[in-house]
Ligand binder design. Structure first.
Ligand code: FES
Length: 226
């Protein structure tokens, strides 16, 4: 039986020199300052109510997410600058290094600017068996991107490989920003990216009309008795 390396040799697999690094080797250009806007402050107020004041450091993950979303709104690129991590540290009475440790551990936080759309391709076994290599090939063909963590020349797309997204039942999965697109193949993926490029946002979910995680073709259990 062919192993993954055998199969990847003729597929969309990326060579080691094509694989990017995270965090990036070169520090990105930082904004001079960062301050939460009104929309972020409203989210932070709701978030901090979930934790006792003496445990507010537990809110570090949601606040980093607030930073990333604000950067997306303000700059079109969802990432977490170091100055913003310092602001989070001050808000939560944490040492900045503790915030840096968390932000750089979880790869859902981008440590450098990314494209307008973040294409996160699941390459874990169920998605791979169901055609994630074809999703990767379609993303590469449509965007011109060669390697992971790379941004397309037009600044529209950044492509990242991720591990299981917890939606294996509708594999293969492409996560675009926070949305899951499911049951993809080469053509469906290219059509999705073409729509994004036109400024459209197709509804997330199954590309074949599957209802939640029902079997393809409709339910085949718990049917009415004949
Ligand atoms: S393996 Fe891709 S979502 Fe689980």
């Amino acid at each position: 039986m062919a192993n993954r390396n055998d199969i990847e040799a003729g597929s969309a697999a990326l060579r080691p020199e094509e694989i990017g690094v995270n965090p990036p080797a070169d520090p990105p250009e930082e904004p001079a300052s960062f301050a939460f806007d009104a929309e972020s402050e409203a989210v932070i107020e709701r978030t901090l109510k979930k934790y006792p004041p003496s445990r507010k450091a537990s809110a570090v993950l949601p606040l980093l997410y607030v930073v990333q979303n604000q950067m997306r709104r303000q700059t079109g690129s969802a990432w977490v600058p170091r100055v913003a991590m310092d602001v989070v540290a001050a808000r939560l009475d944490m040492a900045p290094i503790r915030v840096y440790e968390v932000a750089t551990f979880y790869f859902m936080f981008n440590m450098a600017p990314i494209g307008r759309y973040h294409l996160q391709i699941c390459g874990t076994t169920p998605c791979w068996l169901r055609g994630s290599d074809e999703v990767t090939r379609a993303c590469r063909d449509e965007t011109g991107i060669k390697g992971w963590k790379e941004t397309s020349a037009d600044g529209m797309f950044t492509m990242t490989e991720v591990e299981c997204l917890g939606a294996c039942v509708n594999a293969p999965i492409l996560q675009v920003d926070d949305d899951y697109y499911e049951d993809l193949d080469y053509d469906r993926t290219r059509a999705l990216l073409e729509a994004l490029r036109r400024g459209e946002r197709p509804p997330p979910g199954s590309a074949i009309g599957r209802i939640t995680s029902a079997p393809e073709g409709g339910p085949n259990t718990l049917l009415p008795l004949p």
